[in-house]
Design a protein around this ligand. Structure first.
Ligand code: SF4
Length: 290
């Protein structure tokens, strides 16, 4: 396999075969995100992707590959016919594969018809990771996410209607002190409307090289303290109604680990929050990471 630049994948794809279908992120506007700032977006030629699959097969000749993640930032931007071609090649080279997944940007999902998404699912695309970041239109606009709450809901529902597993991420503290309540409540509204299989909360980290870092240097940000992040998460948990959605806030960026399945484990999650609040034992900033 050949990899160009730093390659990112969701934590749950740690043991997956990663194949770059695109390079970088087509939008690259989010003020908090440093992942692909050094890459000019492009879709790789199909023959290069196929060659990587072939190389991977010869490398993993005697090792079963159960999961494949098609990177980089938003592989769903690729034309459906080309995606179907590569999905077929994934199955040809790795007949043992059990799950193929991608990051999907909301607008790319919306641009695909329900029939196209159903075709992709039938061809083996089982899971989409979608960065919600926030359900609040104010916050989404502020961080230049390039999608509105309504678009997030439409995109999430389309993925679920196609029968794919949907995993969404939210960034705690993204709205700062100004928008923390809207961030919690509007995010709960989106998750209630979509009811994804998974929702993962990261916690905002300001990375050098991002527009948000510049804002911080200029003293324009009013970031939440660890206790305020707990207040925000507590408000989200109390407001959301998404039976069966698995909630996780146990990423390296989080101040404190929280986990449970909505709605029936809400009390357990709220107890975890209260416990953290009482103990004030938070992961120190030097040990937090993306
Ligand atoms: S958060 Fe996602 S959409 Fe935004 S710049 Fe980063 S990779 Fe692109």
């Amino acid at each position: 396999m050949r990899y160009e630049g730093a390659v990112y994948r969701p934590p749950s794809e740690a043991s997956s075969l990663i194949i770059q279908f695109t390079i970088g992120c087509a939008r690259n506007t989010c003020t908090f995100c440093a992942m692909y700032k050094d890459k000019n977006f492009r879709i790789r030629p199909l023959k290069d992707v196929e060659e990587d699959l072939e190389m991977a097969r010869s490398y993993y000749r005697n090792i079963p590959v159960k999961r494949i993640f098609l990177a980089d930032g938003d592989a769903l931007i690729v034309k459906t016919a080309d995606m179907l071609h590569i999905l077929a090649k994934c199955k040809e080279y790795f007949p043992e594969v059990e799950r193929i997944s991608v990051y999907g940007a909301p607008k790319d999902i919306i641009h695909k018809t329900p029939e196209e998404l159903a075709q992709l699912k039938a061809a083996g695309l089982d899971m989409v990771y979608m960065g919600l970041e926030s359900g609040s239109d104010e916050v989404l606009l502020e961080v230049k996410k390039g999608a509105t709450q309504a678009e997030m809901i439409a995109a999430g529902k389309k993925v679920k209607d196609a029968g794919m597993i949907l995993s969404m991420t939210v960034i705690s503290g993204l709205g700062g002190k100004k928008y923390w309540k809207e961030h919690a409540m509007e995010t709960a509204k989106v998750i209630t409307a979509i009811k994804p299989e998974y929702i993962g909360f990261l916690t905002l980290m300001i990375e050098e090289g991002t527009p948000m870092y510049e804002q911080q240097q200029r003293g324009e940000l009013n970031l939440l303290t660890p206790h305020e992040v707990l207040d925000e998460t507590e408000l989200f948990i109390k407001t959301v109604d998404a039976e069966g959605t698995m909630f996780r806030s146990n990423h390296a960026s989080n101040y404190t680990p929280l986990a449970g399945t909505l709605n029936f484990e809400k009390d357990k999650i709220l107890a975890q929050i209260e416990h953290s609040r009482q103990n004030s034992r938070f992961r120190s900033d030097i040990f937090r990471g993306i």
